[in-house]
Design a protein. Sequence first.
Length: 400
Amino acid sequence: MTGQRIWVYLSLAGVSLINLISNAPLQPNAHQNAWGDAINYYAMSEHTGAKVDNPFALRMLSPWLAHVVNQVTGVALDHVWLGLTLLFTLGATIVFFEFLWSQLNLQLFTSSLAAVALACTFWYGPYAFSNPYLVDPLNNLLYLVALWLLFRQRLVLFTIVIVVGSINKETTLLLAPLYPLLAWTRSRSLKDRQVLFGGLAVVGAAVLYFVFRIWAQNLIGADYGLGSGQANTGLLNNIVFALSSNHGNEPGALWGTFYFFWVLFAYALYVEYRERGLRSELLTASLWLLGCCMAGRLVATDTQRVFVMLAPLVIGLAAVVLDGRRGEARRLWVGLLVFVYAALNLHWVPAGASFAVEAAALALFAALMFPPSRPLWRQPGQDGSTTEEFVPHRGSLGKN
């Protein structure tokens, strides 16, 4: 197992390194060409407690880490941000691989390919390298660690990660209610200890976050309204601005977050519901986070950066359904699906051909899930006959 892990880790490191070389601004003083949110975060890494716009000013963890590394090592902030982006992005893909392989108990092959798909998801990997002065990479890593601890029912560690993550970006708090919600999904009793303790943890995490907000605002010397937009505009004005920012392009932006993997995700949710009903923890977690992303879009203008928080569950559930069929031929077709997904995300497919390519990918997926009466792939049986191998869906939790 250790040897297999090392090879997977090295492969994921190679993918992340290629993403860095392909997308990162490597010229000196690259921060001078930074745009959008990155300008604020870079200023915060130069001076902890910089009075930048809301809501960026209170997302202190990533800028503070960059500041500390710069002070300790003397490495330029541009290089520090790039190094942290590489470290956090690679860490997220490794944790994702371990979540699928160790927690959901998927095959090594499927888990590895799914981790590569996550690394190649444009708004998860390549975009982070192209704009490295963001809090998103650490946020993605903490999200994945929190999800793993959530499914392993490690309440104390889960709560610690949620609280620490809220200092990096307040959206991490959205995961906190999932603990009591999943506990109730399992027990169907509000009196269950895990439900009660999970509810107390939600309250505790919220209290600690508000204590941090008070401390941070005193440090900065400014008042930032919760839910307010840039220039500290009110919540209602922020919602109106966010919803007016992407007229006519919203469906395309949403689809472009995961492309045809949205369909695989939707089918996987259907399978979860068919096999386990409302007791499926993966189904509950997915619907909760989908709702959180939709609510988050009300106050954020970047559709893809909001919905890419779903990436571990979208790609993870796609991996669950693709893991069901076994055999060497099946591996070839699953590998082809992941290659097409990566090609779309890395913009190797011309815009005019993307519809045909995605339609072909979905047709291949349908053939994998519902093979014809004469299977396209067969394996030799013990008696010399040929049979198709099928392994039912393994479940939400796998081994703990």
